[in-house]
Each structure stands twice: as structure tokens, then as C-alpha cells.
Design a binder for this molecule. Structure first.
Ligand code: FE2
Length: 170
């Protein structure tokens, strides 16, 4: 009987490590960046002791860097928000670690609770706000690292914009 493949592996595949793909040390794909964020979110010992809340400005801390990417930890007290912005040429993964955040775009608004993730492409425009009564914490992975953040006028998000340098991404 013919088979589509004449290659079969008999025995324990783990005994032939040269056939296995070595795990990557750093993420490369969107799924791997999302996975990195989920793994950090699940291990509170990596970030919980670093979180601070600042009523005067959104607090942020660069948690990790890797080849071409950065991971930021942010806190949001009730009422704090990012303003409408894009992320220049960076793509990103936003993960809510605690509390809840509201993401608004020109077309929609969605509440993101702990564990929620949003992946966005370069040029994506949104606003993130803590509309809740409790503080919130979020994790942001940017690839490449965020070097510019363009703020957009709320009433004219697609046209009116003002260039600004990125000091704390969202
Ligand atoms: Fe953002």
C-alpha cells in the first residue's frame, strides 16, 4: 500500500533532539509576543512589587528589553487615560494585569478586564482610559520599541494630529 510519506519515526522522538526545533530565546511572531505577555502576566513575582500609583501622571516602568522589543509596566488610577494616539511604526500587545481599562477607537469602545489582550498593528489609533473606580495595571509589549507616539485630536482622529515623542507607551 502506498503512503504519502515514506518517512516514519519509530521510538521516542525526544531521543533524537536534532529533529526538534529549539525553543527561541526571544519572541518573533505575534503569537510569541502575546505568549510572552501572558507568561509575564501569570508570574506576578516579576512585576507586582514594582507597581506604583501616581495620581499626578500615569506611572510606567520598563520591565524588560530584548532584540527589537520592549516590555512596559503601567499603572492607572481612576480617571487617568492616554488620550487618542497611535504608536508610530511599532506594533504592540496590550495585556491587562489588574483592574479594568476601557479602550476607545473612533468606532467602538470595549472594556478590558484582567487577562484581556489586544494586539495592534503599526498606525492603529486608540485611547485607553481607566473609567473604573479601582486602579488598573497593564503590560505593553512593543515591537520595535516605541520611539514615537502621535497624539490625535479626539474630534478629528483621522486627520488632526500632533507629533510627540514617546515617553510612556500605551
Ligand atoms: Fe496605545
Amino acid at each position: 500500500m502506498n503512503s504519502d510519506s515514506d518517512l516514519q519515526i519509530a521510538g521516542d522522538i525526544l531521543e533524537v533532539p536534532h529533529l526538534l526545533q529549539a525553543p527561541r530565546q526571544h519572541p518573533v511572531t505575534v503569537a510569541e509576543f502575546a505568549g510572552l505577555a501572558r507568561s509575564i502576566a501569570a508570574d506576578r513575582s516579576q512585576w507586582e512589587h514594582l507597581v506604583e500609583y501616581d495620581a499626578t501622571t500615569r506611572w510606567y516602568h520598563r520591565l524588560r528589553t530584548g532584540p527589537g522589543y520592549e516590555v512596559w509596566l503601567l499603572s492607572w488610577v481612576p480617571g487617568q487615560g492616554s488620550g487618542l494616539h497611535d504608536h508610530g511604526r511599532s506594533s504592540g500587545v496590550l495585556t491587562v494585569l489588574g483592574g479594568e481599562l476601557t479602550e476607545r477607537t473612533e468606532r467602538s469602545a470595549r472594556v478590558l478586564r484582567a487577562g484581556a489582550q489586544r494586539v495592534f498593528a503599526p498606525g492603529y489609533v486608540h485611547e485607553v482610559v481607566n473609567d473604573a473606580l479601582e486602579p488598573a495595571i497593564s503590560l505593553h509589549v512593543y515591537y520595535p520599541g516605541l520611539t514615537e507616539m502621535t497624539m490625535h485630536a479626539v474630534s478629528c482622529a483621522a486627520r488632526g494630529s500632533e507629533r510627540g515623542s514617546a515617553t510612556a507607551g500605551v
